[in-house]
Design a protein around this ligand. Structure first.
Ligand SMILES: [Fe+2]
Length: 388
């Protein structure tokens, strides 16, 4: 594409506070945003298994107004609504989110309801439905994958439809993200691997997206450089603080990239697998990533060749297509060393379910920015068969 044809906008309003023990700065960051009373939104698991919520509550000090810890994996609309009611009961004027993507996304939904003075998130699902500055939200991720701490999107499960639904808005980004690698040290290897592959999928999808741009490319390529050097290290030694820091950064950078460039078929398939079968988001992405790249290869070989450069794969005299194939092989090699399922049949997903999953994925909004336009569910079934 020539410079004269290039048009894009790029948005990243989230302040990033990175560093070991940076979460101790929570009180200062809340104060800087003018928060008087913050609701801490976190998940049951984190509260049951770690002392992280206590540490973060202490860091918020007298600015902590209440705790809402009802978030579950793939949190739904009901939980968002209950969280907003809880914030009102406690008179909260700001939100702290602590946890993985579900906690951060639930907090985004609660922030929307408080901002608009509404009680139900259902009618607000969709695109650009808030359209005004939001109440302060400080996000503290405890996984390195979702990138939600710096994106304009929240994903919820619609229990009655059995589908994942999106809320996006240019005001949805948390105002501040505190990236404290120490909070990710206790993640078990399988969660580290799955969430890490979610970040890798965000970066690769941002690069092959129809809406990619030079700024998101730069962030996504840096994310992939960090992942190639650190994901396996984090899985093999969870206490490797430097590698944990790299993964956390990679996740945020990839999040900012896809928040602008959007994603593609990998996420469309992962959303269907998550909603129908409860497959963890990162695992679903990991399994669908290489088959989807092979499908897209015909349209975006030069884009995948760009990734090969970031990964340090020697160009020698290779064509773009050869370099793209090397990039896909890198994805497969990375996955083969991780403690997560390699194929849909290992989960297990029944083969008979693939047509239904293809139908679901065809109506997922992520499909619109896939580099190859897909309008026939049979095309998606082909990818799913390869992933099966
Ligand atoms: Fe994702």
């Amino acid at each position: 594409m020539g410079a004269q044809e290039m048009k894009f906008t790029f948005l990243n309003p989230t302040k990033l506070v990175f560093g070991h023990q940076s979460s101790s700065r929570l009180g200062e960051e809340l104060k800087a945003l003018g928060v008087k009373k913050a609701l801490l939104v976190t998940d049951q698991n984190l509260r049951a298994r770690t002392r992280i919520p206590e540490t973060i509550s202490a860091a918020a000090g007298d600015l902590l107004g209440g705790i809402f810890s009802e978030v579950i994996p793939d949190s739904g609309i009901e939980i968002v609504n209950r969280g907003a009611a809880c914030a009102r009961e406690h008179g909260c004027d700001g939100i702290i989110s602590l946890g993985g993507g579900s906690s951060i996304d639930t907090a985004k939904g609660i922030a929307v309801l408080l901002t608009l003075g509404q009680a139900d998130i259902s009618p607000l699902l969709g695109f650009q439905t808030v359209r005004r500055p939001m109440i302060p939200h400080v996000s503290i991720p405890t996984t390195a994958g979702t990138g939600s701490e710096a994106t304009f999107v929240a994903v919820f499960k619609n229990e009655s439809l059995g589908k994942k639904v999106l809320l996006t808005d240019d005001h949805l980004h948390p105002q501040t993200a505190i990236l404290d690698p120490g909070l990710t040290l206790a993640l078990p290897p399988d969660i580290t691997a799955g969430t890490g592959m979610d970040a890798a999928s965000h970066a690769i999808e941002a690069i092959h997206s129809r809406r990619s741009n030079p700024v998101s490319d730069g962030l996504a390529l840096q994310a992939l450089r960090l992942i190639s050097g650190s994901l396996s290290a984090c899985v093999n030694d969870g206490q490797n603080l430097a590698a944990r820091g790299n993964q956390l950064l990679a996740s945020t950078l990839a999040g900012i990239a896809f928040s602008n460039a959007l994603v593609g078929v990998v996420h469309a398939l992962a959303h269907a697998l998550g909603a129908r079968f409860g497959v963890p988001h990162g695992v679903a992405n990991a399994i669908c990533l290489a088959p989807s790249m092979r499908y897209n290869l015909k349209a975006v070989a030069p884009r995948y060749a760009l990734i090969a450069g970031a990964l340090g794969i020697s160009p020698e005299n290779r064509s773009d297509t050869e370099l793209a194939v090397k990039t896909i092989e890198w994805v497969e090699k990375l996955l083969s060393g991780l403690p997560i399922p390699r194929k849909l049949r290992d989960i297990p997903i029944p083969r008979e379910a693939l047509p239904l999953l293809a139908e679901d994925a065809l109506t997922d909004t992520s499909i619109y920015t896939n580099p190859v336009k897909i309008t026939d569910p049979a095309e998606l079934e082909k990818i799913l068969q390869e992933a099966w």
